[in-house]
Write a protein that binds this ligand. Structure first.
Ligand SMILES: Cc1cc2nc3c(=O)[nH]c(=O)nc-3n(C[C@H](O)[C@H](O)[C@H](O)COP(=O)(O)OP(=O)(O)OC[C@H]3O[C@@H](n4cnc5c(N)ncnc54)[C@H](O)[C@@H]3O)c2cc1C
Length: 498
């Protein structure tokens, strides 16, 4: 489709070929139990998973490797590590699974850098079955967290696409978006209480279902991206596993009609678990439909009651907007997984996508995604601006390429559109070309009134657009919080604020 022959993949880097700077920090006695400056461990913590990270890592360039990696096992270890960093003037980068796509785990090299990995703090510590909440350590990775909840018949029901390799602490620090299209879209809604270790003490909020007592203390932690403290654990709201499921795939002549149908469903108070619009190219590239139609994939689920009525109403609304439902509705009231065939093909492509991106990167292709959210009223202009700007930038920088769009989430007042772009190889100038396209996309989003991120976070990459988007007075308040909690500025410099 790109009109170029399939290139040969480059070989994977090995430790022998990896280039990384000499470690500037030694393992002192005080840190001996939890620290290492082993080259392989440092290389593995050098980058997140953004496109430029993959390009540099595959080429053996690990120049961003930290000087030391710390593996605390308890909150007390985190306190020790922060005290040491403050004393020694060392930058601390909190690190969950390292799936940041916004430069969140790559600090400037002006000062020595210690990456603090939560990977040894991954336990489910307590389950309160009456309240339906679980106390979980921040380093728990998605699959392991779910494995520990399963014997209780419970699930956190938070499935970002990076689920396999990302952690609870990372989700909280970045306000991650899960797979479900409505209601509990961001992980924020699942937090009952959270504990964060700051250089000025432990910040632990009270377990409450809700509170109107002033600004929410949890909210300062959520989305703090490692600049205010290290999140060590949280009480999370958990739910029984769903038993009742229903799904359907609607075909539309164009993206615009599929968007209208998604809006009708989102505004009807139905709360589907899946309400995913795929434009024509997205449907084709993911093997969901190849008849040139745009799709709306609908899914409902519940642990408590059949969802037949909800899916039938949603399908009726979509049909009224011009949709066709050739395979009808699939109902599963027996706890069985699976649904409509198109939705299943989509689910598989969704989890395979990141592996495919890595494979394409080894072949030199320039391929990435970006995402936003906007009001329904702003959508037509935003989509048009993005398609024009990104199309022109790909043509200029890379000779052309493909751009696709889907919705990851829908709200009554607007969708979260998610774009994937794929362009031919640009040997030797992949990162430069990627930067130009990324800039064009981000400028277009900003111009058309979208947010620079619905769920990928700000990190370092999105800073210029985030700085324009947030109120100046808010930046002052955030700066005040930073100065109060981390006066020496050891935590993740350059993320969110200067
Ligand atoms: C293939 C792929 C798919 C993705 N899909 C999604 C998606 O569906 N939804 C979504 O929201 N995001 C997605 N992302 C982005 C990323 O996975 C999320 O931002 C995720 O929440 C990061 O979690 P992590 O544990 O990997 O954190 P990391 O990448 O290790 O860290 C992310 C940021 O949080 C900070 N941090 C991490 N742990 C802590 C802690 N315990 N305390 C304080 N700060 C901490 C870090 O310093 C950094 O700034 C995707 C990324 C990839 C590569």
């Amino acid at each position: 489709m790109l009109g170029v022959p399939t290139p040969t993949p480059a070989p994977e880097p090995t430790l022998a070929t990896a280039r990384l700077p000499v470690a500037r920090l030694a393992v002192t006695e005080a840190l001996a139990r939890m620290a290492t400056n082993d080259d392989e461990v440092r290389a593995r913590h050098a980058y997140g998973r953004a496109y430029p990270d993959l390009v540099r890592a595959f080429s053996g360039d690990f120049s961003a490797a930290p000087d030391l990696v710390l593996f605390p096992e308890h909150t007390a270890d985190v306190i020790t590590a922060l005290e040491w960093a403050e004393r020694e003037g060392v930058t601390i980068v909190p690190y969950g699974g390292g799936t940041s796509v916004v430069g969140g785990v790559e600090a400037p090299r002006a000062r020595p850098i210690a990456t603090l990995s939560l990977s040894r703090m991954g336990r489910v510590l307590e389950v309160d079955a009456v309240t339906r909440a679980a106390r979980i350590e921040a380093g728990a990775m998605g699959p392991d967290l779910e494995r520990q909840l399963a014997p209780h018949g419970l699930t956190l029901r938070h499935f970002p696409q990076s689920f396999e390799f990302s952690t609870l602490g990372g989700w909280l620090a970045t306000r991650a978006g899960g797979h479900y299209a409505t209601l509990m879209t961001h992980v924020d809604e699942l937090v009952e209480a959270v504990t964060m270790v700051t250089p000025r003490g432990v910040y632990a909020t009270r377990r409450l279902p809700a509170s109107g007592a002033g600004p929410s203390p949890e909210r300062l932690v959520l989305g703090s991206e490692g600049i205010l403290g290290v999140i060590t654990e949280a009480w999370m709201r958990v739910v029984p596993r769903p038993r009742f499921r229903a799904s359907a795939a609607l075909h539309f002549p164009s993206f615009r009609e599929a968007c209208d149908a998604a809006r009708a469903v989102a505004q009807a108070g139905l709360h589907p678990a899946n309400c995913r619009v795929l434009d024509e190219m997205e449907a084709r590239l993911n093997f969901v439909a190849d008849d040139g139609s745009a799709l709306l994939l609908l899914g409902f689920e519940s642990a408590d009651h059949p969802v037949t009525h909800a899916i039938e109403r949603a399908v009726a609304l979509a049909v009224a907007e011009g949709g066709a439902c050739p395979r009808g509705v699939t109902i599963k009231d027996d706890g069985a997984r699976g649904g409509d065939a198109a939705a299943e093909r989509w689910r598989q492509a969704f989890f395979d996508g990141p592996y495919l991106q890595s494979a394409l990167v080894t072949m030199g292709f320039v391929v990435d995604t970006f995402e936003t959210a906007c009001t329904w009223a702003a959508l037509p202009r935003l989509d048009a601006e993005i398609r024009e700007a990104v199309g022109a930038a790909m043509k200029r920088e890379l000779g052309g390429g493909l751009l696709t769009c889907r919705f990851t989430h829908v709200y009554p007042d607007g969708p979260a559109p998610y774009y994937t772009w794929l362009a031919p190889p640009a040997p030797g100038r992949q990162i430069e070309a990627w930067s130009a396209v990324k800039r064009a996309a981000s400028d277009a989003i900003s111009r058309a009134g979208g947010t620079i991120t619905h769920h990928h976070a700000v990190g370092r990459t999105h800073r210029p657009w985030y700085d324009r988007e947030r109120p100046d007075a808010f930046a002052l308040a955030l700066g005040g919080a930073k100065r109060a909690l981390d006066p020496a500025g050891v935590l993740n410099p350059g993320v969110l604020i200067d």
